[in-house]
Ligand binder design. Sequence first.
Ligand SMILES: [Zn+2]
Ligand SMILES: [Zn+2]
Length: 334
Amino acid sequence: MAPSQWIEIRPEGLYCVPAHVYVDPTRTVDAAIVTHGHADHARSGHGRVLATAETLAIMHCRYGAAFTQERVPLALGASIELGEVQVTLYPAGHVLGSAQVLFEYQGTRLVVSGDYARQPNPTCQPFEVIPCDVFVTEATFALPVFRHPPIQLEIAKLMQSLEVFPDACHLVGAYALGKAQRVMAEIRAAGYDRPFYLHGALVKLCELYQQWGIDVGEWIPVSDVDKKSLGGEVVLCPPGALADRWSRGLPSVIPCMASGWMQIRARAKQRRVELPMVISDHADWDDLLATIQAVEAREIWITHGQEAALMHAASSLGLTAKPLHLVGFEEEGE
Ligand SMILES: [Zn+2]
Ligand SMILES: [Zn+2]
C-alpha cells in the first residue's frame, strides 16, 4: 500500500492510520509519539505518550506529572507493535532523548526524523541513518546560506573574549532545553573550569541532564549570589533574558548568543548580541542534502522550515519530494 494511504496529514498533525497514533501532534490527541521535548513537538494533555524515557522525563519536568494519562517509554533501538505496525525509535542527535520514528507496515518503511542534527553533540546519542522508503525531514535550515561551522570554532570565540575582557560578564543566551547544556559541555571541553552561573529558567533542565549522566561541570544559580560579583564569569540565560531587566544588574555585560540563527547578522543585531556564536542543533544545508541521499528513500516528505528550497534541491538530486504543510511548528530549539 502506498505510504500516502496509511499516513495522513490531519489538523492535529501527522497520523499513522493503522497504528492509531500521531507523531508530535500540535493539538491534544488520544495517542501520540513524541520525538523530543521541545515545546512545539511535545505538548501537554495527550491521553497516551510514547517516547524515550528521557523525553518523558523532560515533559514531566516542564509540564508536571499530569502531562499525560499514560506514559509508554521506548528505548532507542527498541520496537513496539501498534496494531499491525512495528514502531522503532532511533537517535536523532538533536537533544537529550531525541528520536526518529521508524514505522514498518506491510513491507514499507517510513521514518519520521523529527528535528535532527549530524554534528557531534556530547549531550545526546548521534543521529543514525535508517534506510527507508519514505523519509520525513525537517527543513529548519534548508537554505544554501546555512552552513554550521564546527562548534569548537564558535566556542573559541568566547574563550578568546574571556581572555581579552577578563572583567566582563559574558552573558550567553541559549535555549533551556539542549542548547544550554551542549554549550556548557563544549566550553568544558575547551578547558574552562570555573563554575557557570545560571538564570533560574535553566536550572531544572540542567539538573535533569545531570540525572541522565550528562556532565556539564559545576554551576551555581545566579539567584544564590550577588549579581554584581559576576564580572569575569560566564552566565547563561534563556535568549529572552539577554536584554531584559534581569540582565541589568550584571556588571559590564557582553551579550553572547548560541544559535544557528546567529548566521544572520540582522538577527544578532536585533537581539543586541555582541558575540554571536553559530551553534545549531539542526542539520545545515549540506547535512540535509547528505542525509536525504544517505537514507536511500524513494520519497522525501518535508515538514517545517524552508520547504521550497529543499524540495527543489531534492528534485535536482533525482529524488521525489513533497511538502507536508504541517502547521504549528516554530523555530524552537535554536
Ligand atoms: Zn522543530
Ligand atoms: Zn527541536
